[in-house]
Design a protein around this ligand. Structure first.
Ligand code: BES
Ligand code: MN
Ligand code: ZN
Length: 503
């Protein structure tokens, strides 16, 4: 999507559609809405007077200026934002997403939005949220539809242009627009990778995508294949991949935004391109969803793209272990014991608990960077969906400050996460008779024991883990989402990294 900034009078500019926001319960239009109402011959006032439009969140009202008025927008779209005193960035993101959906329905390729300074959301943040809402809403996955049936009865053409009309200082909103665009583009990259099915988005494909990012942006990519993985002693990653014809890859993407090799932030993402469960085979019902088991890895690639596009002044490394978990005559078996890169041995009681195995090797590799902090994200446990549903990711870690930073970044991005404890008692559930630890800890506290497993491989580093099993993909009920991969937690990660840049 192409984003422009205009400082002209919104009501006088020739545009096919101008979007304006209205809070709940106002009787008298103010600011730009008042100017629009004049243009509309008082139609907005009448709608408000009659209670036809009340300004509830995402309520919409489309009005057309009378034929005799020349110039100016062809249509006005008012979108409700709820109670003014409760207005926040997420409300704006959703309102803007709703506006893009309406523009889509009208088959308009371009729209404009104008807003008066909201006293509760700063200009830069509102610009960021509006751009995010629009760019996320405009995303669609069409690459596997033969001859896209756009036009008359087919899919609406994608919205391609957004003009932000801002009557204050341009410098108040430019940076917010830049951030919003990069964050949403990163999230859209994650969604595209998620949407690609397991036969296309293989570990090798994920690696190619990382290499493409490194060609275009100031990123350095290193790809480890089976031979390099053996040399690194990454037997856990190799063991998970052994049941599949698809070779594993470890993707490493480095961004050095500070020349002095200051300790980097390391992001690790689970890149399981298809999880059938292995010999501990999953039931057929819903198994197709397990193409989304690379969502953590997709979010890490999306976050690295955003960091590089924003040219942030810090160092960030992304590590994505990629493999496919299938049953076969060569596959890892329940009861097998493997030796991880870190040297710890694991009794694999259930081959469907494969995410923690590939993450164990990736987390131990991450330590080579002597990072300032490590954050991993993974569709790790069904238990997390039971605990928090589709509303929030779980966050667990060794460092309370880091967990709190992530929780706040979750609030700012609208991609919320909520803490679970990691007390040492949970680790006992992983005690093994034959090896250093088992890869499953039974049914109680499944999300926590999975995190307790990962903790064994992070040493003393500040580390936190996001379980995104319930949030990375789904029905896509928000205005700026579609059913399928949601790109979560890409924006959470970039918000967190940006907070580290500021401090
Ligand atoms: N990828 C799954 C977790 C998952 C479940 C993600 C549902 C999204 C939705 C993971 O590899 C897995 O299979 N976990 C097992 C662990 C169990 C065997 C301890 C699970 O949660 O059932
Ligand atoms: Mn599994
Ligand atoms: Zn999995």
């Amino acid at each position: 999507m192409h984003i422009r900034l205009s400082t002209l009078d919104p009501v006088l500019t020739d545009l096919p559609l101008l979007v304006l926001f209205l809070p709940e319960g106002i009787r008298e239009p103010e600011g730009v809405a008042a100017a629009a109402d004049t243009r509309l011959g008082g139609a907005l006032r009448r709608a408000l007077d009659r209670g036809d439009f009340r300004g509830k969140k995402e309520e919409t009202l489309l009005l057309f200026p009378p034929a005799e008025s020349e110039g100016g927008p062809g249509r006005f779209l008012f979108v409700g934002v709820g109670r003014a005193e409760e207005l926040d960035a997420e409300t704006l993101r959703r309102a803007m997403g709703r506006a893009v959906r309406v523009a889509e329905g009208l088959r308009l390729g371009a729209l404009a939005v104008s807003w008066d300074p909201f006293w509760s959301v700063a200009p830069a943040l509102s610009a960021q949220a509006l751009v995010e809402g629009a760019v996320l809403a405009a995303w669609d996955f069409r690459e596997l539809k033969s001859c896209p049936p756009e036009g008359q009865d087919g899919l609406p053409p994608p919205v391609q242009e957004l003009t932000l009309v801002w009557q204050g200082e341009p410098s108040q909103v430019r940076e917010g627009m830049r951030i919003g665009l990069a964050q949403a583009r990163g999230e859209n990259l994650a969604r595209t990778l998620q949407a690609r099915p397991g036969n296309l988005a293989t570990p090798a494909h994920m690696a190619e995508e990382a290499l493409r990012l490194a060609q275009r942006l100031p990123l350095q990519a290193r790809i480890l294949g089976p031979e390099e993985l053996r040399a690194e002693g990454m037997e856990a990653l190799l063991a998970v991949a052994r049941g599949s014809e698809a070779e594993p890859r470890l993707i490493v993407l480095e961004y050095w935004g500070r020349k002095n090799r200051e300790a980097p932030l390391v992001l690790v993402g689970k890149g399981l391109t298809f999880d059938a469960g292995g010999i501990s085979l999953k039931p057929a019902q819903g198994m197709e969803e397990m193409k989304f088991d690379m969502s953590g890895g997709a979010a890490v690639l999306g976050a690295l793209q955003a960091v590089a596009e924003l040219e942030l002044e810090l160092n960030v490394v992304g590590i994505v272990p990629c493999a496919e978990n299938l049953p076969s005559g060569r596959a890892l078996k329940p009861g097998d014991v493997i030796r991880t890169r870190a040297g710890k041995t694991v009794e694999v009681v259930n081959t469907d608990a494969e995410g923690r195995l590939i993450l164990a090797d990736a987390l131990s590799y991450a330590q080579e960077y002597q990072p300032a902090a490590v954050v991993d994200c993974a569709t790790l446990t069904g238990a997390c969906v039971v605990a928090l549903g589709h509303v929030a990711s779980a966050v667990l870690g060794t460092h309370e400050g880091l967990v709190e930073e992530l929780r706040r970044a979750g609030d700012r991005s609208g991609e919320r996460c909520w803490p679970l404890p990691l007390w040492k008692e949970y680790r006992e559930q992983l005690d093994s008779q034959v090896a250093d630890l088992m890869n499953v800890g039974g049914r109680p506290a499944g999300t926590i024991t999975a995190a307790a497993f990962l903790r064994e491989f992070v040493g003393d580093l500040p580390w936190a883990h996001l379980d995104i099993a319930g949030t990375a993909y789904g029905e896509g009920k928000l205005s700026y989402q579609r059913k399928g991969g949601l790109g979560v937690p890409t924006r959470l990660l970039v918000e967190w990294i940006r907070s580290r840049e500021a401090s």
